[in-house]
Design a protein around this ligand. Sequence first.
Ligand SMILES: CC(C)(COP(=O)(O)OP(=O)(O)OC[C@H]1O[C@@H](n2cnc3c(N)ncnc32)[C@H](O)[C@@H]1OP(=O)(O)O)[C@@H](O)C(=O)NCCC(=O)NCCS
Length: 195
Amino acid sequence: MTTESTTQADKPRIGVRELTPTDGDFLVDMVVEAVNWSGEHHTRRGVLGSPRLARYAVGWGRPGDLGLVAVDLEGPRGLQVPVGAAWLRYFPSKEPGYGFVAPGIPEVSLAIVPGYRRRGIGRALLINLLARARAQGTGHVSLSVARANPALALYVALGFQPVPDAPGASAESVTLVLDLILPGSTRPEPPDQPA
Ligand SMILES: CC(C)(COP(=O)(O)OP(=O)(O)OC[C@H]1O[C@@H](n2cnc3c(N)ncnc32)[C@H](O)[C@@H]1OP(=O)(O)O)[C@@H](O)C(=O)NCCC(=O)NCCS
């Protein structure tokens, strides 16, 4: 089911739905957007040929995967057009993501199609994803972001904190963690994840 989040006439009408295995191609596009954040020209082929990048998208739908897609509700012929995604994936120590902290801490990824940026879609999608993660018992999430990426301000505003000694931290990139455990709240145990 798609839920509508924007109705103003001068803006696209945006809905949100779950990211499913049938979104695999779009998810690769979103990884391409994420690595091209500074205007580089990495391609789908380049992403799929890089195991460390491809692992963010390939085989979507395994246990622990959680993602949302923003869709433009007024695409051609009434079709819903995907315009962005926010997703969480667990990575094992031997095949880490760039923002890896621990096997039990999933990594957040976020990208919006260029023509739809700066409209609040990225923030809304990420907040929605984090709420769902919290609701299903996820305690922490992590990510890696270039220090020069404007997305860093969004993550800091949502409460993400730097992990200076994380494996992927460097002069150019920072690893961030968000504690999803609300003070005084009780939560179910997260599902077992591969070590
Ligand atoms: C980062 C990204 C997902 C943000 O999505 P978005 O829909 O454009 O973001 P929003 O409109 O919700 O903005 C949220 C906040 O992000 C920050 N931000 C995003 N883009 C920005 C920009 N170009 N300049 C300055 N701040 C920016 C701001 O803090 C903004 O809050 P504000 O509007 O109150 O200033 C989008 O720009 C994108 O896809 N970038 C390329 C991929 C990428 O860098 N992904 C993150 C990898 S870690």
